[in-house]
Design a protein around this ligand. Structure first.
Ligand code: TRP
Length: 333
């Protein structure tokens, strides 16, 4: 039996290179070795966007198209939408009963986002409970491993704690899930901050060549390298960060840059070409997939059925353990 993986992403619309190198490439690689469940976390989107849900439908569709174009394969992996499997909500409720408030209040991502996100009221029960819902997502499928980016580690640690506590009260139901960390280099946004749609510094997987060209031109470079033959410092240079990903010969470039033998204009021109070439097949696949109006829905429907089977089996077991068999027998779902 293959070990199981679950991971998810909030539907934020078209994905960017940060998603690809932070998570998606890893998801794709793991498809053969594990039984994978990949989830559109649309309920998690509501934790911050409950007041305006108008974009969620479109965002779900665009994200799934990017998943497929990048190489997630519905023949290998179960691709589904969280809100279609209502067992997530039931397990969320039960886990919530046993989750100490302090664990949630102390969660670093909670404190950080309350501070940083100013245009939305995040003083809600749902936002505080974000990690409990995430724990439900993972435990519902008895996932052994969870591929995540570094930013998600505190959530996974909470899942593990909730898992241990629950197992302690009700018996060994859930395996304790382990993180699979994405090792790849962190891709900066064009302004050198973390790549994020909300910072306006992202390059989309579906970015048009003209727009790629413009964005590379705007990329931050070493401020001390004023002329082409000034010695450069590739460490903090955004253009070099991308060369490290896309240019097999980046070591030579690094040497030349440090010695002042190559200039930023040439370096950007070379990167533009590499990026356009790398994203071209993705854009083509994307276009084909979007033309088929039914495809995404069909894949999500197939995923709903497969994920639903697992979810309902786990919940039968959970109900039985929590209520010591009594209530479980009455429900014949
Ligand atoms: N919190 C994750 C993110 O923002 C999304 C997510 C929801 C998730 N449920 C999950 C990730 C379960 C891994 C496992 O990216």
């Amino acid at each position: 039996m293959k070990k199981k993986i679950l991971s998810g992403m909030r539907p934020s619309g078209k994905l960017h290179l940060g998603h690809l190198f932070g998570a998606l490439n890893n998801w794709i690689k793991l498809q053969d070795e594990y039984k994978c469940f990949y989830m559109v976390a649309d309920w998690h989107a509501l934790t911050t966007d409950y007041a305006n849900t108008s974009e969620i439908e479109e965002n779900v569709r665009e994200m799934v198209i990017d998943w497929l174009a990048s190489g997630l394969d519905p023949k290998k992996s179960v691709i589904f939408r969280q809100s279609e499997i209502t067992e997530h909500a039931e397990l969320f409720l039960l886990l919530g009963m046993a989750t100490p408030l302090g664990w949630l209040l102390r969660c670093p991502t909670y404190k950080e986002q309350l501070r940083e996100i100013e245009n939305k009221d995040l003083h809600t029960f749902g936002f505080l409970g974000y990690p409990v819902l995430q724990a439900a997502d993972i435990l519902l499928y008895k996932a052994n491993s969870v591929p995540v980016g570094e930013d998600q580690l505190p959530h996974l640690e909470l899942t593990r704690e909730i898992c241990r506590r629950f197992n302690n009260f009700y018996g060994e139901i859930f395996p304790e899930p382990q993180p699979i960390l994405t090792k790849s280099a962190r891709v900066p946004g064009i302004d050198a901050r973390k790549m994020s749609k909300s910072y306006g510094n992202a390059i989309a997987l579906s970015e048009e060549p003209e727009s790629i060209k413009k964005k590379v031109q705007q990329m931050f470079t070493d401020p001390k390298k004023m002329r082409a033959n000034d010695p450069g410092h590739p460490e903090g240079c955004v253009v070099f960060a991308f060369h490290q990903i896309y240019n097999p010969d980046h070591k030579t470039l690094e040497d030349c840059c440090k010695k002042g033998q190559s200039g930023c204009v040439d370096c950007k021109r070379a990167l533009t070409k590499m990026l356009i070439d790398a994203l071209e097949p993705l854009r083509e696949k994307r276009m084909k997939i979007s033309k088929d109006k039914k495809l995404v829905n069909d894949i999500l429907e197939d995923g709903r059925i497969k994920a639903g089977k697992e979810a309902s089996a786990t919940m039968k077991e959970v109900r039985k353990s929590v209520f010591k068999a009594r209530v479980a027998e009455k429900s014949n779902r």
